[in-house]
Ligand binder design. Structure first.
Ligand SMILES: Nc1ncnc2c1ncn2[C@@H]1O[C@H](COP(=O)(O)OP(=O)(O)OP(=O)(O)O)[C@@H](O)[C@H]1O
Ligand SMILES: [Mg+2]
Length: 339
């Protein structure tokens, strides 16, 4: 099978592990920088080129698209989809997950637990907005924030108002949430692959912080989530249409609440904390369903191959490459996960 990994940097842990796991299973794999993929589109057909040569006949694509290139990266992925490649995380699902307000709305509409969240635009509405949320403490989060930066805790109403005013002055987009005190600075990352939680880790904040991000000094250990947590994580990934997702949950008195659904979850933290071969689970899922076993018909087939190398979908034959070698290139302990 021919697999493309869309990633800006082949040296990143997650990308390397996916390449390794694919090769061990006998697949042909290539890392493509999405920003070096370019397209010719017309009603006659499609072309996609990479560094001067045509790209065609990929059975499957695993997108590892960072937040800073969401728009272009998802356009490249969409082009692969139109050319018949299978992907566990389609471009539309990635766009839904990346837009935090949209993701919150979609998850809430399906009855999935979330910390109570408010957002608004006009400063004149701040008092009513905060009264809709309830009394402090409040957690104020920048929509563009990541790794805990841009997540603030305000203990008093006056502090919430002050921070909101300051953020509005900077034209920043943010949401305000109830503070889940009983989580005691911990959250739970459930790694979803193909309708299963294949690994989970509990992250605990450093002393004196309420944010459990590893970049903020938090620590992680592998855990077995409860049935309710597994069900919540699976439903969250399903609602957004993601085959692979890192679902972050916070443990509240009223059950697990979703903080975020990550469409390109990193593998390093979860593989190190659990000792599981998460990359292997991803590759197995991508090729197991049979969806990627033959190239889907190009929905807009090119008329004829031209000098440009216009892409035509072809049925793929047998897998190429060496047979899987057991045990090699495995992660920490090479275990497979399914919780
Ligand atoms: N409503 C909340 N109540 C209590 N703690 C919270 C709440 N929201 C977030 N936290 C803590 O702060 C940490 C960071 O928040 P969050 O995960 O929402 O933002 P981020 O990590 O910066 O961005 P993202 O995960 O969306 O990339 C969480 O892991 C959690 O430990
Ligand atoms: Mg987070």
């Amino acid at each position: 099978m021919k697999l493309a990994i869309l990633s800006r940097n082949g040296k990143l842990y997650s990308t390397r592990r996916l390449v390794e796991a694919a090769r061990v299973r006998g697949h042909t794999v290539r890392v493509l920088d999405p920003l070096r993929c370019y397209m010719h589109i017309s009603s006659e057909g499609f072309d996609m080129h990479y560094k001067g040569a045509p790209l065609a006949d990929y059975n499957a694509v695993i997108p590892r698209i960072g937040a800073s290139i969401t728009r272009y990266g998802s356009a490249v992925l969409r082009q692969f989809e139109l050319m018949g490649a299978d992907t566990p995380n389609p471009s539309d699902a990635i766009l839904k997950a990346r837009d935090k307000l949209r993701a919150h709305q979609l998850l809430a509409a399906q009855g999935i637990g979330l910390p109570t969240t408010v957002f608004g635009d006009n400063p004149d509405d701040t008092d009513d907005l905060l009264s809709m949320l309830g009394p402090p403490p409040h957690v104020i989060k920048l929509n563009e924030g990541t790794q805990g930066a841009g997540v603030m805790l305000t203990e008093k109403l006056s502090a919430s108002r002050g921070v909101i005013e300051a953020l509005r002055g900077l034209y920043a987009q943010f949401v305000v949430q109830e503070f889940i005190r009983e989580a005691k600075g911990a959250d739970l990352r459930c790694f979803v692959v193909g309708g299963h939680v294949v690994g989970a880790m509990k992250r605990q904040s450093a002393r004196g912080d309420f944010r459990s991000n590893l970049h903020r000094g938090g620590t992680a250990v592998g855990v077995v989530p409860s049935e309710h947590e597994i069900e919540t994580a699976l439903r969250a990934a399903q609602v957004l249409g993601l085959g692979i997702a890192g679902v972050d949950l916070i443990r509240s008195d009223r059950g697990p609440l979703v903080l975020e659904v990550n469409a390109s979850p990193g593998l390093e933290g979860i593989e190190r904390a659990t000792g599981l071969d998460i990359a292997g689970s991803i590759i197995d899922h991508v090729f197991a369903s049979g969806a990627a076993s033959s190239l889907k018909r190009n929905r807009k087939p090119a008329k004829k191959s031209t000098k440009r190398g216009t892409t035509k979908a072809k049925a793929k034959a047998k897998p190429k490459g060496p047979k899987p070698k057991a045990g090699s290139a495995s992660p920490a302990k090479g275990k497979r996960g399914r919780l």
